[in-house]
Design a protein around this ligand. Structure first.
Ligand SMILES: [Ca+2]
Ligand SMILES: [Ca+2]
Length: 238
C-alpha cells in the first residue's frame, strides 16, 4: 500500500517503519495541530470528554484516548460534546432532565406534523396517524419553557401523549444496528439538539443504563422516561 492513500483512524497517525511500510501509531496529543483560536482565547475548537476534561481540539482527545488504549480510562473516554466542559450536572437538574426532554420530544414531533401537513414527507403514514392523535388533543401543553411542576403535572394528566414520542426517539437512534440497544455512538446525535441541557445528558444516559452494560436497552430507555412496562410496545418503533 502506498503511503499517500493510507488512512489511519482518529487518534492515530501514519508513520513509515524500517521497511518503509506505512503503519498507524498513536498520535502524541502535543503534536496535534493547534487551534487557531487559541491565540485569541476562544473555545470554538474545544471539546469536552466523557472524563469531564476540556481538550483544546478533538485531535487531542482522540490522541489521548489512543495513548490510553487497553486501560479502563481509555475505554471510557469518548467525545461528549463540543465546547468546553460545563459544570457537573447536579442531582436536582438530573431529576428535571427527563421531564424537559419528554416535553421537548413531544414538541419536535408536533412540529414535524405541522410541517408535514403543509408539505408531506416529514413523517411516514403510520407516524402521521399517531402524531395526529397527540395534535388533536385539546389539552396539550404548548411549546415553551415551562416550570418543572407544570411539566410533571402534564405528564400525570396527559401521560398517553408522551408514550409515542419516547418510542419514536428511540427508533430514530437505534439504527447502527437496529438491535433495540443504544450504544454511545447511537446516542451521540441527540447531544447536539440538547445543547442547553447537555451537561446532564451524559449523566442521565449513564444512569439510564441500569445494568451498566454500556448500552441503553429499549426497556431501560422507556423506564428512564417514566413509561410503564405495559405501555412498552415494539410495534411503535416502526
Ligand atoms: Ca442499536
Ligand atoms: Ca444497559
Amino acid at each position: 500500500m502506498r503511503a499517500h492513500n493510507f488512512r489511519c483512524k482518529r487518534g492515530k497517525t501514519c508513520k513509515l517503519n524500517k521497511e518503509k511500510t506505512p503503519m498507524c501509531v498513536c498520535q502524541e496529543p502535543s503534536a496535534c495541530p493547534q487551534s487557531p483560536w487559541k491565540l485569541i482565547h476562544l473555545s470554538f475548537m474545544q471539546v469536552c470528554g466523557t472524563d469531564n476534561v476540556t481538550y483544546d481540539t478533538s485531535c487531542e482527545l482522540f490522541a489521548t484516548k489512543c495513548n490510553l488504549e487497553g486501560t479502563k480510562r481509555g475505554h471510557r473516554l469518548h467525545l461528549d460534546y463540543t465546547g468546553p466542559c460545563k459544570s457537573p450536572c447536579m442531582n436536582a437538574e438530573l431529576v428535571q432532565f427527563p421531564l424537559r426532554m419528554r416535553d421537548w420530544l413531544k414538541n419536535v414531533l408536533l412540529h414535524l406534523y405541522e410541517h408535514d401537513s403543509m408539505s408531506p414527507g416529514f413523517l411516514i403514514p403510520k407516524q402521521r396517524i399517531r402524531v395526529r392523535k397527540i395534535h388533536e388533543s385539546e389539552r396539550r401543553l404548548h411549546a415553551g419553557d415551562h416550570p418543572i411542576e407544570l411539566l410533571a403535572q402534564d405528564f400525570e394528566k396527559n401521560y398517553n401523549m408522551y408514550i409515542y414520542p419516547v418510542h419514536w426517539q428511540f427508533a430514530q437512534m437505534d439504527q447502527h444496528p437496529s438491535d433495540r440497544f443504544l450504544s454511545h455512538s447511537e446516542l451521540a446525535p441527540l447531544r447536539v439538539p440538547l445543547v442547553p441541557m447537555e451537561h446532564c445528558t451524559s449523566r442521565f444516559f449513564q444512569e439510564c443504563d441500569a445494568d451498566k452494560d454500556k448500552q441503553v436497552s429499549f426497556r431501560e430507555w422507556t423506564h428512564c422516561f417514566g413509561i410503564k412496562d405495559e405501555d412498552m410496545d415494539v410495534n411503535l418503533l416502526f
